[in-house]
Design a protein around this ligand. Structure first.
Ligand code: C2E
Ligand code: CA
Ligand code: CA
Length: 844
């Protein structure tokens, strides 16, 4: 059918009406096609029949009218069938058809008037019959539209009926009546047929509507099913993505940057959005910082974007309260105003799906899925997927926190906090590994034991802060001196070690040692001042100097001590001889310890004389170690050992107590004659915090008069920490004890300091006395020391006087108090006792 009729769902729907009308027009044209030819033929036949009875002109005109009308209809019909006409345009065609129908009807109707010239009753009847036939034939043709048929039948039959009636004869009136009856009958018939057709069409279209509706429903179901399938597919994709993330190593190991990279990529794929951004909350929870942005395929790990709480409090609140926040149109969301203006709009973001991630209750950040261009509804499974992604971010962060904590723990356990270098534990571990590797590969390992010379001085004089700076600097310099694979460690204090692996030749090792010595001498800036330091290096080589870590380390340590002995600022290779000496050192230490316990110590006393007055004015107590095996050991051999091991403190205490007991005894024996007993104090003893207490107790417990006790301290010992020394010395003086400055002249103390020191006696060092008779210069120094003492109102005594010449020179210089082999060697207690009691007025 030319008019494309569509379906509609309801029977009384105006659309159905429209469709019915259009279909009626289709039918009119369809049947009309078959009717026009017979109609034209009929007209020709009639003209032939009446050719002899009617005016030719009239007849020809009539036939021409009928043929013309038919032709117009045929042309119209052809035009109709060639077009593809919309339902809305069907009215115009119907009207055109109606007009041609009227034309044709009029042409036929004219026959009823034109052919009256026949005028025989038979002819009249024939014409009437012919027109009735035409009307009858038109019934099926025009039945689709009853109005068309009625118009047609009226126009065809009315003229003949009217003309017959006008004749006013019985016969013609009768024929008119019959024609009228036929017309009415045909009208009714057509009406019936028409209503049948219309009914049929209505049903057809409404059924079609229903069918269509049914088809619609089923396609809807298909659509739903498709949607479900798509949803399923999406879910499958989502869970596939999540599964892949669960297996992702960067998430489980807490490698956050890598994890964000992967998570953002999954987000873009699964949620199909242009941009994904990840924001971290700062510690105060007052700002969000964007730390990863994926746009199209470009990752940006430094987007430098911040959102402040103060500017977008609603956004922060939203993150606090929800698991996901899906916003389909950010422009209309009032909560996001400033976020929208500052971030979303400039980036053309129109819809966001945010999923905050938390650690416990605290929001650590948010991942935003950003849609650009137009508004977008977010589905529930997209939201749930987004929230799963956020969980993965949280997981990565937690893993990273854990990793950092482990790293910190490992750092604490294995690295020195001050320098960041491996500590003793890690060093031992590395050395053990290096040794076993060297064993396998038949190679050497060199171990350097490095000690900073006189580091204690820096610490004591410039403070611990400066000491720390020095250690850090040395650590850095050591690192710069070695190869990349070598280990530099700090064992503690000022002791460093270096492990040199794969040592092909000894030159490499010595070169590194020289480099270290050189770099250590570079001044270290400490604020205003600078420290000039050196270091001593001990070297041991595996496997010759030891095959396990402990032995190798011990031997490097021994070699380092050798380097110190050799004047510091040098390196020494370990030798077996060193080992033997170290062993001896070790055994001596043990022996000294035992000696102290067993009281193998004794005191000798060296008398001091006043050559002018001619008598003993006091004695100096000098300790000796009486070893049952080795015999007498002199202080020079065990005092440094005692100092080093700390045994000097108990030893010194023993000396003080012993000396006090003796002092009380001799004080009594000498019955008030001026007399003192001098006791030497060592560095450590002087530095120990309880010296004052100990001396107080010793004096009290032994009953020795304080003024009899004279404590000797060396000049350099005092100069080391002037303020503290003054404090301690003053404390001792307050007890009534006398103080002597030992080895005076060697410590280069300035006069200013000397004046401040609470001392009673200066002891001119043996070195000057030794030279006094030989060199004028030393004689001059000795004399100036004596003068100095006099000026400062101090007693002065010369020690180490061995010859008469020395004595005379000293006397000439104004020093009458002397001690030395010239007068007496240090004596055993009994000998000294005899001396003091037996020769009250000793004369030379
Ligand atoms: P010092 O305090 O300078 O003691 C004097 C040293 O010179 C003593 O050596 C003494 O025997 C020696 N001497 C005395 N007269 C002469 C002489 O005319 N010529 C020479 N060449 N030497 C002489 P000693 O007893 O071997 O003591 C050495 C050092 O050991 C002492 O030097 C002192 O610093 C230290 N010392 C001795 N006893 C003790 C002690 O009980 N405690 C502490 N802390 N140190 C002690
Ligand atoms: Ca002394
Ligand atoms: Ca001395």
């Amino acid at each position: 059918m030319p008019i494309t009729t569509a379906v509609c769902p309801e029977i009384n729907n105006p659309e159905v009406q429209r469709q019915v009308r259009a279909e009626q027009t289709n039918l009119l044209f369809h049947f009309g096609r078959w009717a026009d030819l017979p109609a034209a033929t009929g007209a020709l036949v009639a003209a032939w029949l009446f050719w002899n009875d009617v005016s030719h002109v009239q007849l020809t005109a009539w036939v021409a009218c009928v043929l013309g009308a038919s032709l117009v209809r045929v042309v119209l019909g052809i035009g109709f069938s060639l077009r593809n006409i919309k339902v809305e345009r069907s009215g115009a065609w119907t009207r055109s058809y109606f007009i041609t129908t009227l034309l044709l009807a009029a042409a036929w109707g004219a026959a009823g008037v034109l052919l009256h010239q026949l005028a025989t009753p038979l002819d009249e009847a024939f014409v009437a019959l012919m027109l009735a036939t035409v009307a009858a034939v038109a019934v099926p043709v025009l039945a689709p539209r009853i109005s068309h048929y009625l118009a047609f039948v009226i126009v065809v039959l009315a003229p003949v009926i009217v003309r017959l009636l006008l004749d006013a004869q019985l016969l013609t009136t009768g024929i008119a009546g019959i024609v009228l009856l036929i017309g009415v009958f045909l009208g009714l018939l057509a009406w019936r047929a028409s209503s049948q057709i219309e009914q049929g069409l209505r049903l057809r279209f409404s059924y079609a509507g229903i069918v269509d509706e049914l088809t619609g429903e089923s396609s809807q179901r298909t659509r739903v099913e498709t949607k479900l399938r798509e949803g399923e597919e999406r879910m499958r994709r989502h869970s596939q993505s999540l599964l892949e993330l669960a297996r992702e190593a960067s998430i489980s190991t807490g490698e956050v940057r890598g994890a964000l990279h992967v998570i953002c990529e999954k987000a873009v794929q699964a949620i199909r959005c242009k941009r994904v951004s990840v924001w971290f909350m700062d510690d105060s929870s007052k700002a969000l910082r964007c730390i990863h942005l994926l746009q199209d395929t470009h990752h940006d790990s430094k987007p430098d974007l911040t959102v402040e709480y103060a500017r977008s409090p609603e956004l922060f609140r939203m993150m606090q309260e929800t698991r996901t926040c899906a916003i389909s149109d950010v422009a209309t969301d009032t909560r996001l105003q400033s976020f929208n203006a500052e971030y979303l709009r400039p980036n053309n973001v129109t819809a966001i799906l945010g999923a905050p991630f938390r650690h416990g209750q605290r929001v650590r950040g948010v991942i935003f899925h950003e849609h650009t261009g137009s508004a977008r509804e977010w589905t529930r499974d997209e939201a749930s997927f987004a929230s799963s992604l956020a969980d993965f971010v949280a997981l990565a962060i937690t893993a990273s926190d854990r990793r950092q904590a482990e790293e910190r723990f490992r750092q604490l356990a294995n690295y020195d906090r001050l320098t960041g270098l491996p500590n003793r534990a890690l060093f031992m571990d590395r050395l053990t590994q290096a040794l076993s590797k060297a064993r396998r590969n038949k190679q050497n390992v060199a171990l350097l034991f490095i000690d900073v010379d006189r580091f204690k001085n820096v610490n004591d004089s410039l403070g611990h802060h400066s000491g720390d700076t020095v250690l850090r600097t040395i650590g850095k310099r050591l690192l710069a001196c070695v190869r990349a694979g070598d280990t530099v460690a700090r064992l503690g204090g000022d002791e460093f070690t270096v492990i040199l692996e794969e040592c092909q030749n000894i030159e490499t090792v010595t070169t590194i040692c020289e480099r270290i010595l050189e770099s250590a001498t570079e001044p270290i800036l400490l604020g205003e001042t600078e420290a000039n330091l050196t270091c001593s290096i001990g070297l041991s080589l595996s496997p010759g100097d030891g095959e396990d870590a402990d032995v190798l380390l011990r031997n490097a340590d021994i070699a380092m001590y050798k380097a110190k002995e050799r004047g510091r600022n040098n390196y020494q290779f370990f030798t077996q001889d060193m080992h033997a000496r170290a062993m001896l050192h070790q055994s001596r230490e043990n022996a000294l310890r035992k000696a102290l316990q067993r009281t193998e110590m004794i005191l000798h006393y060296q008398p001091q004389f006043d050559v002018d007055r001619g008598g003993v004015i006091g004695v100096e107590a000098l300790v000796r170690w009486q070893d049952p095996e080795w015999g007498m050991i002199w202080p020079s051999e065990f005092i440094p050992l005692a100092e080093e091991t700390g045994l000097i403190v108990p030893l010194g205490q023993w000396v003080i107590r012993e000396a006090c007991l003796q002092a009380r005894e001799w004080h009594k024996a000498l019955r008030g004659r001026p007399f003192h007993l001098a006791v030497n104090l060592s560095v450590r003893q002087f530095a120990s915090s309880n010296l004052l207490d100990f001396v107080t107790t010793a004096l009290r417990e032994t009953g020795a008069p304080p003024e009899v006790l004279q404590l000797e301290i060396t000049e350099s010992l005092v100069m080391h920490d002037m303020e503290n020394s003054i404090r301690v010395l003053q404390g001792l003086k307050n007890l009534g004890v006398r103080i002597a400055l030992d080895d005076f002249g060697t410590g280069h103390s300035s006069l200013v300091y000397l004046k401040r020191l609470p001392v009673d006696v200066l002891k001119v060092d043996r070195a000057f006395v030794e030279q006094i008779a030989k060199s004028d210069q030393d004689a001059a120094i000795a004399r100036s020391i004596i003068n100095l003492a006099e000026n400062l109102d101090l007693d002065v005594i010369a020690e180490g006087v061995e010859s008469v010449a020395q004595m005379k020179q000293l006397r000439k210089g104004g020093c009458s108090k002397m001690q030395g082999y010239l007068f007496s060697m240090p004596l055993e207690k009994d000998e000294c006792d005899r001396l003091l009691r037996g020769i009250p007025d000793f004369e030379i």
